[in-house]
Ligand binder design. Sequence first.
Ligand code: PLP
Length: 379
Amino acid sequence: MKPADRVDRVPPSGIRRFFELAEERDDIISLGVGEPDFSAPWAARTAAIDSLERGRTSYTANRGRRDLREAIANHVRRYDLDYEPEEEILVTAGASEAVDLSMRALVDPDDRVAVHQPSYISYVPGIVFSGGEPVRVPTRAADDFALTYEALEGAGAADAEALVLCYPNNPTGATMTRDELGEVADFVRDNDLFVLSDEIYAALTYDGDHTSIASLPGMRERTVVFNGFSKAYAMTGLRLGYALGPKEAIDAMNRIHQYSMLSAPVTAQYAALEALRGCGESVAEMRDEYNRRRRFVLSRFDEMGLDCFEASGAFYAFPSCGGDDEAFAEDLLREEGVAVVPGSVFGAGGAGHLRVSYATGMADLREAMDRIEAFVRRR
Ligand code: PLP
């Protein structure tokens, strides 16, 4: 059987290929994965166990449990977002399902969809799978990887129907201020785009508060926001996320979701409800620990002379390696047993950089940074 053309147009994930190399050895320290090294807070796990003990193993409403949607509506008020639980919130199997649904529901064949890069590896494939045409908008280390009006204009995004936005960013760790987002919002309104804003790292913002582009004037009606429980609550394997947006967008996404997924996993919904109601302190503790590691990693890169901008969100540093990032990462893996991800995997603007995840315990992180330093000094 032959894959459909639109599937054939998407190459296998570049990150996977790299992890397969790493799996060949058992003395590797991996700073490669974008996944918390913590487990979900105990109270959330207990809620999941309790729901199972009570035999709650059935489907839920397509849009997710009503009490969970209400808790989500309450939670996102901290970002100045106000969504109606009945019509404007959809609970999904991870933020990934929400991103995928938004593209399939809102992008028509041959629509151009702008995506700033470097960025999370799933957006371009998602656009292609939905029949759209990606327009890559490079961001630059010189701008601290913030997206600008000029970058959007220069890449031809004015003709696009939509813009995919991801701040705090994977892989750079960049965040954007309200003023910087204001420029992007101006471009979006000037050119009548809609925005798909992946804010899954919103709770992992270290310098100042997270701003959602949907909270800027005139943006709520043209934005779908994605968030979820994988990163902030260390719940990657429970597969729970959500989308917030205007009724028409959420209705369209739900039309696909109700046929393809039916409902997000029920056990995870109970865990998520408890996460929102009672696990704020655990999130703060994990964020403080990531922040400690972030400062450590940034200071070590500084000491060894690798240029690294002040990543202020998510759990990634994105140092420049001063040359071919694929060769650097492969040699580092072979010679020192440390896995990092070459920046070019994340698209335009990523070449010459490395994604270094600090969602790794401090002892391993220290050892990995010592090995990277030894490698850099030898080169
Ligand atoms: N969005 C971004 C920016 C990510 O980095 C990731 C995972 O690495 C996801 C979405 C996937 O999230 P989920 O586990 O909720 O599907």
